[in-house]
Design a protein around this ligand. Structure first.
Ligand code: GLN
Length: 314
């Protein structure tokens, strides 16, 4: 894969997505922006950005790669990494690692499985991760963002308080999840405190370029791409990639593995990150979502990426 012209591939995918050029042209107006978080509904829908970062630090981008967007559920991955650096045993005692095959905010499985989330990348799992961070850290929100700054090398990364408040005011379903788990003894802090941290985690804003760099350690055996620091042991990285592969797209995880063939994570802001271990980390963003809550063009762009490169992890 050393002679691959990543920049050429990204530019050509961008043209196919945005200008409808070529045999695999896409319709940029397919799908809808997430509206259940009111603040997200005001995003200009017809945007498309992509950024790919190789282990040598080279960065290739196309389109709106430097426009910040709401990363939403993608932020569940750095939160999980931080919780795993604190106490991996506790994380895996309090949640499972099985795909849910259900929507990210589904309630019924949680009742059936007595308050143990199926995995850390659905809302229930991320709420338990937030609970673990609140118990373990003196200043959970600040320390969480400090960890993201260490992963990315970019201290400007923050959250959008308007998006956080907008989600908080409408978070009846997440409140139901956290209260149900509290009743089962799997939430140790006050549900309101857990929800406050969770919405500020999801309201994290990044560009595709920042996201690809932040997730770079998952392609690089736990070493960041910006300064080579080991922030996670290789075995933890392998496990987080395995969980992203099986659980990163909710009830569309099989489809993503089938079409793209990389571990990845999506968010309802329209972002997707994918990892090819030992090669690259890639982020794509386009706000219109398919019916399962994943970026319509983002899925398609990543499918074209691995097809054009000719390699998946399989
Ligand atoms: N904050 C969103 C929620 O809890 C995250 C969902 C997502 O990105 N899939 O509903």
């Amino acid at each position: 894969m050393s002679t691959i012209d990543y920049q050429y591939i990204l530019t050509s995918i961008h043209d196919r997505m945005v200008h409808g050029a070529g045999p695999t042209a896409e319709d940029i107006s397919s799908g809808h922006v997430a509206a259940y978080i009111p603040e997200l509904a005001s995003v200009e829908p017809d945007q498309f950005g992509m950024s790919l970062q190789c282990l040598d630090g080279s960065v290739h981008s196309a389109g709106h790669a430097d426009v910040a967007f709401s990363v939403q559920s993608i932020a569940k991955v750095p939160a999980l990494l931080l919780a795993l650096t604190i106490d991996p045993d506790e994380v895996w005692e309090r949640m499972d690692v099985e795909p849910s095959g259900n929507a990210f905010n589904s309630l019924f499985q949680l009742e059936y499985e007595q308050g143990i989330p199926r995995n850390p990348l659905i809302n229930a799992g991320a709420l338990v991760v937030c609970d673990i961070l609140i118990s373990a850290l003196k200043r959970p929100l600040e320390e969480l963002y400090a960890f993201v700054h260490a992963l990315s090398g970019d201290p400007s990364i923050s959250w959008n308080e308007r998006v956080a408040q907008s989600e908080r005011a409408a978070s009846h379903r997440n409140a139901a999840l956290v209260n149900l788990m509290k009743a089962f003894g799997n939430i140790h802090n006050e549900p309101d405190e857990v929800l406050d941290l969770y919405v500020r985690l999801c309201a994290m804003e990044m560009t595709c370029t920042q996201l690809a760099c932040t997730f770079g350690l998952l392609a690089n055996e736990g070493r960041t791409l910006h300064d080579g620091k080991a922030l996670a042991p290789p075995v933890m990285v392998q496990r987080v990639n395995a969980v992203m592969q099986t659980c990163g797209f909710y009830d569309e995880a099989g489809e993503f593995a089938f079409r793209v063939g990389l571990p990845g994570k999506s968010g309802v802001g329209g972002g997707i990150v994918a990892i090819h271990p030992r090669y690259y980390s890639v982020a794509v963003w386009s706000p219109r979502l398919n019916e399962r809550g994943n970026s319509h063009l983002g899925m398609r762009a990543l499918e074209l990426l691995t097809a054009d490169i000719g390699h998946t992890i399989f």
